[in-house]
Design a protein around this ligand. Structure first.
Ligand code: MRU
Length: 364
């Protein structure tokens, strides 16, 4: 584990960066920047009930492991606000939490955040005190996530040399978190320090999180970005034009295997082949130490329509089936380092991961 030279907890550079308005709590209502519409439209949707929030998570209006978890934590407030306040109040609350928990299976942040909210609910009996405590807890998660982003940004930027060119996959930026990002927090910090030359972003088929969201975020921040088809990434690495691959994760198993957006694993293989460092940037809320290896991580399968059409245009003949996993698992042995808010874990494995969690428990 290596510590950053940055002044913890706020880094000089991106402490001042304004987080993206990924989500805002507004008087009993969770307002979400609708990521399905970016970059052509910047519109917000308001979720006042569990069904609309569950639909927003399922259809990726809000997405990215930390953002899904935090949105669900605010969802717990909505659950308490909208559960029938009669005798069955507790049962009604838990039933709504179960609906949120069933939205997406891979990102462990969703389960961690809802477990915390269930505990808060148990510890604060009575509707009003439950609502107040759940809201404070969701706000805490948002603050901690922003702080973790700043720390990861510093630790990660320490690993980059002047004029670095990096490749990233999917969107692990402000949109995927409380507002700053994981992989993109490193990129923002490196840009602020003047050590980053440019970013290549995989378009990230089939929902184009790289092309639509990462390119939008980086352009907005004035960072040069070129988008490439996912299938061109290995050739770019082969050409020796990339200094580091920086991605994030939806769930990191106890042995360091990391699930992330489909297409991450082939990137890791190509990076290994060409001797390029492969970094995974993720907060502790993305670790799942109860899952021993990546083989046990449930991989979400998405619907046919995501591959079968592009807008109005049909891409597949009716008779063709699809295989559309949303994520893949990169084995720990292909990961140069995992960067979390506690530092940098080179050659991650069960012992090194256990030691971070052991130290956190000891310091409580
Ligand atoms: O299906 P998505 O868009 O929710 O997938 C997101 C990713 O795979 C991200 O890389 C991951 O959640 C980490 S975001 C900080």
């Amino acid at each position: 584990m290596v510590s950053s030279s940055c002044a913890f907890p706020f880094c000089r550079a991106n402490a001042d960066m304004i987080p993206l308005p990924t989500m805002q709590w507004m008087d009993g209502n969770l307002r979400l920047l609708d990521q399905r519409k970016l970059p052509s439209e910047e519109i917000y949707i308001d979720c006042r009930d569990i069904d609309s929030l569950a639909e927003a998570i399922r259809t990726l209006a809000v997405r990215g492991a930390p953002a899904i978890g935090i949105a669900a934590a605010f969802g717990a407030v909505i659950a308490a606000l909208t559960a029938d306040p009669g005798e069955e109040f507790n049962e009604a609350f838990y039933a709504k939490i179960d609906i949120l928990e069933g939205t997406r299976p891979t990102a462990v942040n969703l389960f961690h955040c809802l477990d915390i909210q269930r505990r808060i609910f148990r510890m604060n009996p009575g509707r009003d005190s439950a609502i107040e405590a759940l809201l404070e807890s969701a706000r805490d998660m948002m603050r901690s996530d922003l702080q973790a982003s700043r720390q990861m940004g510093c630790f990660g930027a320490d690993l980059l040399e002047k004029d670095s060119v990096v490749l990233t996959h999917c969107n692990a930026g402000g949109l995927a978190t409380a507002g700053l990002g994981t992989a993109l927090a490193v990129i923002y910090e490196a840009w602020d320090r003047g050590v980053l030359e440019k970013v290549y972003a995989d378009e990230t088929r089939p929902l184009l999180q790289g092309a639509r969201l990462t390119a939008w975020e980086l352009s907005r921040a004035g960072i040069p970005v070129d988008v490439l088809p996912d299938s061109a990434a290995a050739s770019l690495l082969q050409k020796g034009q990339i200094d580091a691959v920086i991605v994030s994760s939806d769930r990191i198993a106890a042995n360091g295997d990391a699930a992330n957006k489909i297409g991450t694993y082939p990137l890791a293989l190509a990076a290994k082949e060409h001797g390029i460092p492969f970094y995974v940037v993720a907060p502790l809320s993305t670790f799942d130490v109860s899952t021993s290896s990546g083989n046990e991580i449930e991989i979400e399968q998405r619907g046919r329509n995501e591959l079968a059409s592009l807008g109005e245009r049909k891409l597949l003949p009716e008779a063709a089936g699809v295989w559309n996993p949303a994520f893949d698992v990169t084995p720990a042995k292909l990961i140069t380092a995992i960067i979390c808010e506690k530092g940098v874990l080179f050659t991650p494995d069960t012992d090194s991961i256990q030691s971070i969690f052991g130290r956190i428990t000891d310091s409580r």
